[in-house]
Structure formats: structure tokens, C-alpha cells
Design a protein around this ligand. Structure first.
Ligand SMILES: [Zn+2]
Length: 296
């Protein structure tokens, strides 16, 4: 796989996640989500050679291991930038596991679907920041709390994991969102941005022209809201987290079920519970166990 010129000075390395490159006028190269995989370290290095950078800056959209792993495996850059909200989990793999899966696991634990070492960001992006060098930043919380989207000066919007391709939606059954109600707001923000950009690049999924992207965005919103409605339906009867997880994963089946997929689903359901609780829609019942139920 090579480096594909999407538009102007914006380049794409296809993969899951996709990595976006932007070369500015001073030959600084921004590398958005360098990703994972042993082959990738070598490939990214050879792509960087072609771009002949003066300085290399990795911009991480969020702390998930699959987006950052190569930075701990020999792919070195001059700077690593991430939102200040997500930075602690980039630095600390156990905190990353806790936030992603709900368990403070060692990053090498083989039940985790993705692994990445501790990585030290050198630049922290604050929550009000709208630009980073030539790049425009869009706050896209929900999948993680500090997730960023990036628009290059060529009008290419990298949506990170706020937006998934159709295949990923069916592969996972329940798309991973730490706080799904915020994810819906972020997706609506992307819908509003469509007239202002040319190309949409999801981290996991095919590149789409902005004029053709609304359907994919709508289907992501629909999936999240459908699952929320299904949970509300289930919680007409009091139910504990593990029962909700069991019911939902049998309705929204993953094509490749594994412990990792169930862990992601379970933590996403915690996210739905938090959203419903925040809106006062459900209450907790003490039944020698926590059970959740729609408030009357
Ligand atoms: Zn992610």
C-alpha cells in the first residue's frame, strides 16, 4: 500500500485506522493517527521519506491503542500532540484500558483487542483550541471525551472514530462509544460541516466525498439511537448490566464475536446507562445487585 494524494498537500495511507498526512508550506509534516501494526512502522517511515519533512508532528485524535501503537514501537517523530482531555490515557496504558473497557488491565493482557505502550505527548491541545498549525480542529466528543476531528487546508475532514464505515458498523454490532448521546451530537456537527469540506475520511471505513457522506452519517446516528431505544424498551423491566449486555449483543450481533468485542459492547452500554441516567430517564434499583429501570 502506498501514499495516496487525496487533494493538494493532503495524503492518505489506507488502513484501519487510516493515517492522514499534511505537508505545510515550511515542509512540516503532520501525521494524523499513525496507527498500529509492525509492518506499518516501516511503511510510515518510507512514506515520510517521500514527503521529505523538515519536522514531523504526530497528531493523535484520541487515546485508543490502535491509533497510537506505532509511536511506542519504533516510529519516532519530533512532536506528539493530543487533546489535554485524552492525554492521561495516552501516557498510561492501564488508565487507557480502564477508560476503554472499564477494567484497569495491564496493556499486555491478552483479552484486550488492541495494545499500545505508554506514549508521552509533547504538545497538549486545550478544549477551546480551534487550530493546530495549519490544521483546523473540531471537538468530537463521545467515542472518547477528548476526541478531535481535523480539517486540512485542502478541505479534507478526518473524522477519527466519530463516524464508522458500514462494514465496521456490522462487524461490531454495537459501535463503541464511551458516551453515545455526545456521539450523536458530534455526528450532527459533522453533518453541518459537510458543505464546508470536500472529502470525509473516517478512521475505519472508506473515504467519502462530502456531497455523498450524509447517508453514512445518518446511518451512524440511526444505529446509536436505535440501540438507545432498545435499551429503554428492555428497561421497562428492571435489569442488571450483564443481562442488558447479553440481550443487546444477541440483538446486535457482531460478525466476529470475541471477548474484546464483548468488553467494548459492555462499556458502550455503561455509556448508554450514563446518558439515560443523566437525562433522568432511568433509575437504579437495589436488588442485591444494581438493576436499572425506566423511571415512571
Ligand atoms: Zn477509537
Amino acid at each position: 500500500m502506498g501514499l495516496e494524494n487525496i487533494k493538494g498537500n493532503t495524503f492518505l495511507y489506507k488502513g484501519s485506522p487510516a493515517t492522514l498526512f499534511y505537508k505545510d508550506e515550511e515542509s512540516n509534516v503532520y501525521i494524523i493517527d499513525p496507527g498500529q501494526g509492525s509492518k506499518r512502522v516501516k511503511e510510515l517511515k518510507s512514506m515520510l521519506n517521500k514527503l521529505n519533512p523538515k519536522k514531523t508532528i504526530a497528531l493523535i485524535t484520541h487515546y485508543h491503542s490502535d491509533h497510537i501503537a506505532v509511536l511506542g514501537e519504533g516510529f519516532s517523530v519530533d512532536e506528539i500532540a493530543v487533546s489535554e482531555t485524552d492525554a492521561p490515557a495516552v501516557r498510561d496504558p492501564s488508565l487507557r484500558a480502564l477508560l476503554t473497557f472499564g477494567y484497569l488491565l495491564n496493556y499486555e493482557d491478552d483479552i484486550l483487542p488492541f495494545k499500545a505502550k505508554a506514549i508521552n505527548p509533547t504538545i497538549l491541545i486545550n478544549t477551546n483550541q480551534t487550530n493546530f498549525g495549519p490544521l483546523q480542529l473540531i471537538q468530537l466528543p463521545g467515542h472518547t471525551q477528548g476526541q478531535l476531528g481535523i480539517i486540512t487546508p485542502d478541505g479534507v475532514l478526518y473524522t477519527a472514530d466519530s463516524l464508522f464505515g458500514d462494514k465496521v458498523l456490522s462487524k461490531y454490532g454495537i459501535p463503541y462509544h464511551q458516551y453515545p448521546c455526545k456521539s450523536v451530537e458530534s455526528l450532527k456537527l459533522i453533518l453541518n460541516l459537510l458543505p464546508k469540506v470536500e472529502v470525509i475520511v473516517p478512521s475505519h471505513g472508506p473515504v467519502v466525498k462530502s456531497s455523498e457522506a450524509s447517508q453514512l452519517i445518518e446511518s451512524n446516528i440511526k444505529k446509536i439511537t436505535e440501540i438507545e431505544e432498545e435499551i429503554e424498551e428492555l428497561l421497562k423491566e428492571p435489569m442488571c448490566l450483564s443481562s442488558i449486555t447479553q440481550k443487546l449483543t444477541s440483538i446486535y450481533k457482531s460478525e466476529e464475536p470475541s471477548i474484546g468485542v464483548y468488553l467494548l459492547a459492555e462499556n458502550t452500554i455503561r455509556g448508554y446507562i450514563s446518558c439515560l441516567r443523566q437525562q433522568g430517564i432511568i433509575e437504579a434499583i437495589n436488588d442485591n445487585n444494581i438493576k436499572w429501570k425506566i423511571t415512571k
